[in-house]
Design a protein. Structure first.
Length: 61
């Protein structure tokens, strides 16, 4: 039983991973680097699906 893969809510983990990455990238660009709101939002929108894909690929290992 210890060798069974864990597939409990991969969609939820993907969404959480993407949301957290978006927030982190937004905060980093906005407050850490002093970028404008628009560019910070662009980075967040690009980073969130990328992080969600990484989480998806990790669940398929």
């Amino acid at each position: 039983m210890a060798d069974e893969p864990q597939n409990d809510l991969p969609l939820g983990r993907m969404a959480l991973h993407g949301a957290l990455a978006g927030v982190i990238f937004f905060a980093l660009n906005r407050f850490g680097l002093g970028q404008s709101f628009e560019w910070s939002l662009v980075w967040a929108v690009v980073a969130a699906p990328s992080a969600a894909y990484v989480a998806y690929s990790q669940t398929r290992r």
